[in-house]
Design a protein around this ligand. Structure first.
Ligand SMILES: CC(C)(COP(=O)(O)OP(=O)(O)OC[C@H]1O[C@@H](n2cnc3c(N)ncnc32)[C@H](O)[C@@H]1OP(=O)(O)O)[C@@H](O)C(=O)NCCC(=O)NCCS
Length: 379
């Protein structure tokens, strides 16, 4: 069995494999990505048994933005193994390929959405809430003066601007890259819409095809009247929650929580990158010697009231609290940095996450984080 980067001649088999394990539209997506100049075969790995492709994964480039700082990220998608080859560790090996590639491409985290539990086995932690998809209970009244059309590649700057506006108020965001917009516009698995008023684009959204059952409308962005017109014109059965103006049309939120999974492969590298974010967060805190204990490792630095000094990394540390530091289980660092609870929330659930005696400083360093992520597949 060979684990390797895909080649163009694998495409037909990869397409068949993902269609057999997922949806017909996933085959279209595989073809779009593998033949795209900005993605291509380099983004896809396979397990090959001789000439037969029996398992595959795709690693996409993404950018997470936290408090205005871009963080290069990878997203794993299109994971499938031929039924005859399941349970032989092929995806475990392909995830290894993806993580190696991801590090090579400079990604500091990996973020993904996936089947329950599975990816925890590869170092991922449930970290960031996914917006709920909720039934529409009533349709907005028609809003005069709005028309709708499918988005084209020429709309990409407008789609970017509308999504950017919709994400302004959150701490952590992920938009679509330009190549990703191109695939989204050309794929069959969803339709990207533009609503216009007097010929000017004023709203956008993305919906699933009616052939796949209940139409879901997500990634809704735009002015209040324009998004009501969008919902009116697309007429979905369900809507991915996002904007307060549509709340009155949606069924109430259900209990239960879907979350994006995040993996942090190298804590020191990520911390070096996050220095500007931490510096901003600590403004107003008194000077202090800061200790963050990850149990297997720890870091010390001086906060002088203006800047963070050099990080000094060390090895195992059993009781960071006793030395005046915070305790942070390394597998809970992703929800701590990117999730909605902050250190004060997580400490209520996990005994191995706590701020220690320097409570105010640690709360400032690890606050609750609001988020809005756009991913290739609607949640
Ligand atoms: C889920 C799927 C990708 C697993 O592929 P696979 O090649 O059988 O996975 P592996 O053999 O590499 O399994 C890796 C580990 O996960 C375990 N595992 C396998 N399937 C699992 C499942 N559904 N849930 C939890 N663990 C599972 C294996 O026992 C193995 O553990 P080990 O390495 O400790 O022994 C495959 O079943 C599949 O294609 N399913 C249909 C499509 C799908 O759901 N894709 C994922 C979309 S997010």
């Amino acid at each position: 069995m060979e684990i390797r980067t895909s080649r163009l001649e694998d495409l037909d088999q990869i397409e068949k494999l993902v269609v057999s394990r997922m949806d017909p539209s996933d085959g279209v997506d595989a073809r779009l990505l593998m033949t795209d100049p900005d993605a291509g075969c380099e983004w896809v790995a396979v397990a090959a048994d001789g000439d037969r492709i029996v398992s595959t994964v795709t690693l996409m480039d993404e950018t997470l933005t936290l408090d205005g700082l871009d963080i290069p990220a990878g997203q794993v998608e299109q994971v499938a193994t031929d039924v005859e080859y399941e349970g032989r560790g092929l995806v475990r090996q392909l995830m290894g390929w993806a993580h190696e590639r991801s590090a090579h491409r400079g990604h500091l985290v990996q973020v993904m959405i996936g089947i329950p539990y599975f990816y925890r086995q590869f170092g991922y932690t449930y970290s960031i809430p996914v917006k709920q998809t909720r039934p529409l209970t009533k349709k907005p009244e028609p809003v005069a003066g709005h028309t709708i059309r499918r988005a084209t590649e020429a709309d990409i700057p407008i789609l970017d601007r509308l999504q950017d506006d919709a994400q302004q108020s959150v701490d952590l965001r992920m938009g679509h890259t330009t190549p990703c917009w191109r695939w989204l516009i050309n794929r069959t698995g969803t339709t990207t819409w533009v609503v216009e008023r007097d010929g000017v684009p004023v709203a956008t959204g993305r919906s699933t095809p009616p052939e796949e059952g209940d139409v879901v409308l997500g990634e809704i962005a735009g002015a209040d009247d324009a998004v009501k017109a969008l919902v009116q014109l697309v007429d979905p059965a369900q809507v991915v929650e996002r904007l307060p103006v549509l709340e009155e049309f949606l069924e109430s939120r259900r209990p239960g929580l879907e979350q994006y999974l995040v993996r942090i492969p190298d804590i020191p590298k990520l911390f070096e990158h996050l220095r500007p974010v931490f510096t901003k967060r600590l403004q107003g805190q008194d000077p202090a010697d800061v200790l963050l204990g990850f149990y297997r490792t720890h870091v010390r630095f001086r906060w002088d009231g203006t800047e963070i000094g050099p990080y000094e990394w060390g090895g195992t540390l059993l009781g960071p609290g006793e030395e005046g530091g915070a305790g942070i289980a390394p597998d809970l660092l992703a929800p701590l940095l990117f999730g909605p609870h902050g250190i004060d929330g997580l400490r209520r659930w996990f005994s191995d996450v706590y701020p220690g005696p320097n409570f105010d400083l640690m709360n400032a360093l690890f606050p609750p984080v609001t988020s809005d992520l756009l991913t290739f597949y609607l949640p």
